[in-house]
Write a protein that binds this ligand. Sequence first.
Ligand SMILES: *[C@@H]1O[C@H](CO)[C@@H](O)[C@H](O)[C@H]1NC(C)=O
Ligand SMILES: *[C@@H]1O[C@H](CO)[C@@H](O)[C@H](O)[C@H]1NC(C)=O
Ligand SMILES: *[C@@H]1O[C@H](CO)[C@@H](O)[C@H](O)[C@H]1NC(C)=O
Length: 378
Amino acid sequence: MSIEEGKETTAFIRPAVQSSRPFPLRLLQFFVLFLVLGIAFSVLSMYYFGVKNVVTNARINFQPCFEEPITLEHWIKPPNKLMHKMSDKELFWRASFVPRVKKYPFKRVPKVAFMFLTRGPLPFAPLWERFLKGNEGLYSIYIHSLPTYHDNFLQSSVFYKKQIPSQVTEWGKMSLCDAERRLLANALLDISNERFVLVSESCIPLYNFSIIYQYLMRSMYSFIGAFDDPGPYGRGRYNEKMAPEVNITQWRKASQWFEVNRKVAVNIVEDTKFYPKFEEFCRPACYVDEHYFPTMLTIQAGHLLANRTITWVDWSRGGAHPATFGKTDITEAFVKRMLEGHNCLYNNQPTPVCFLFARKFAPSALGPLLEFADNFGY
Ligand SMILES: *[C@@H]1O[C@H](CO)[C@@H](O)[C@H](O)[C@H]1NC(C)=O
Ligand SMILES: *[C@@H]1O[C@H](CO)[C@@H](O)[C@H](O)[C@H]1NC(C)=O
Ligand SMILES: *[C@@H]1O[C@H](CO)[C@@H](O)[C@H](O)[C@H]1NC(C)=O
């Protein structure tokens, strides 16, 4: 039917055209001129007034056509800036995300996250630079300092723009544990981070990177020096109001300088059960940074703890603080003392390699320590 109608229409028009008189040339010229002027005017007015709107509208209307499809990359690439506007609450929530499928659908190269808990400058930065050199892609760095402190590392430094959003901390108080959790949470945002080492500005590595990397990656345990101290500075600090969440047989003490794997890091960041108990009932003279993590983890993940530290420190001089070593202390005999004569268990086997890091050093020790860097193998 429609084909027939079409035919008829054509048949109807053709005779009309044929029958019309030839168009006057003058009139045609006039129309062409008018057309050209009209086009020119509309093009000009579009450029002067309309283009911006037209383009913007086009962008809004057609956005879906240009949007890149979401790839796996979108979910696994770490944030490209460490500074963010998340509150601790928001950050800890985000950092506690854990994949349920255990096998990664991509080649994941596990990294060591070095988390620097500092007040300001890093006097041993040159030593760390030397230690880390050539191992890009196998480590990450996070720095928690006083919120008012802004470091000025050059772009070529491994420490360039590694500060995380920080808050004031007081030694022996919960704000110190908060800072440590903040470091862990920021480091957890990078899915490649597998081992998390807490270090201070007075801390140095005792072996080269490959030895430390292998040691941590192959360890079945996390290194927290948790122990049960029956004395006044151990169980003596326990408060019965912490029960039933914490009972005195579970009460532990440890130095705050820990090394944990990803699973244990999540345990620390996700905790809302023990935190309020420690915050309320462990205040000076109960130094919460010595008890909260070791006690909580002994209860939650005791079988994952090596119950020893990998950070060497010297208590032999006695007193409330460990010895700090300066320029004149750094001798060959001293370096030997840090590296040799130890005995401990690694994956349940005896080993003489017990300490991977050492503290505490005064800034004056940098020069002599750099000279001994060969002894440390870096
Ligand atoms: C690290 O130190 C070990 C032992 O000292 C050595 O065998 C190894 O070659 C060193 N690795 C690098 C990359 O320097
Ligand atoms: C603490 O826990 C242990 C082991 O679960 C239990 O044997 C002990 O009775 C508890 N002690 C107290 C005071 O509740
Ligand atoms: C560390 O201590 C916990 C309990 O306090 C225990 O379950 C765990 O087996 C210990 N770790 C090692 C490596 O012995």
